[in-house]
Design a protein around this ligand. Structure first.
Ligand code: FES
Ligand code: FES
Length: 190
C-alpha cells in the first residue's frame, strides 16, 4: 500500500525583530504565514494575499517587502522587522505616536504595512518632504481613502517635523506636553 509522503519542510534561520529563530517551513509557505503561524507575530496582517494592498509589508534586510508573496525560504538567513519591532517594550515610538495624534489610524487593518513603509522612509530620508512621503505611502492601499492623516503623521515624525515641534514648544513654555515624543522613529534620540 502506498503512503502519501509527508509535506517536506525546509529548516530556516531568521533573525526577526532582533531575535534569532530556527523554523521549519514548507517550500510553498509565505513569509507572512511563517511570521504569523510559526512565530505568532500577528501584527503583520494579510489583506489581499496577492501582493496588491501592502498590508503585509515587513522589512527584510531593511527593505519593504510584501510578505504575502515572498516565500519564507527566500528569507532564509535574513533579518526581518515586523510592526512588533516598533514598540518592543509596549511604548509607542515616534511614528506610531504621530499616527495616533494625526488621525492616521482608521480601520487599523492596513496600519502595520503603512508603519513599516514609513519606518523605512524615515531611515532612508529622515527629512523626507511631502512629495516623498506621498510617493512612499502610495505603494500601499488604504481602502477608506485615509491618506491625509498618514501623510501628516509621517511628516510630523521626520527630523524636520520634530525640530518644528521642538521650536514651537520652546516658544510656548506653557504648551501642553509633547505631542510627538523626542525620540526618533527607531527609538533613538532625534
Ligand atoms: S496582503 Fe500582501 S499585498 Fe495584500
Ligand atoms: S485605514 Fe486601513 S484601509 Fe484605510
Amino acid at each position: 500500500m502506498s503512503t502519501q509522503p509527508e509535506t517536506e519542510t525546509v529548516p530556516l534561520q531568521l533573525t526577526v525583530n532582533g531575535e534569532q529563530h530556527s523554523v521549519d517551513a514548507a517550500p510553498w509557505q509565505s513569509l507572512a504565514d511563517v511570521l504569523r503561524r510559526s512565530l505568532n507575530l500577528t501584527g503583520t496582517t494579510v489583506g489581499c494575499g496577492l501582493g496588491t494592498c501592502g498590508s503585509c509589508t515587513v522589512l527584510v534586510d531593511g527593505d519593504p517587502v510584501r510578505s504575502c508573496v515572498m516565500l519564507a525560504v527566500q528569507a532564509d538567513n535574513s533579518t526581518v522587522e515586523t510592526v512588533e519591532s516598533l514598540a518592543p517594550d509596549g511604548k509607542l515610538n515616534v511614528l506610531q505616536q504621530a499616527f495616533r495624534e494625526h488621525g492616521a489610524l482608521q480601520c487599523g487593518f492596513c496600519t502595520p504595512g503603512f508603519l513599516m513603509l514609513g519606518t523605512e522612509l524615515l531611515r532612508r530620508e529622515p527629512e523626507a518632504d511631502e512629495r516623498q512621503i506621498r510617493e512612499c505611502l502610495s505603494a500601499n492601499l488604504c481602502r477608506c481613502t485615509g491618506y491625509g492623516g498618514m501623510v501628516e503623521a509621517v511628516a510630523a515624525a521626520t527630523s524636520a517635523g520634530l525640530r518644528r515641534y521642538a521650536t514651537a514648544s520652546r516658544r510656548d513654555t506653557a504648551a501642553e506636553p509633547a505631542a510627538v515624543p523626542s525620540d526618533g522613529p527607531d527609538g533613538e534620540r532625534a
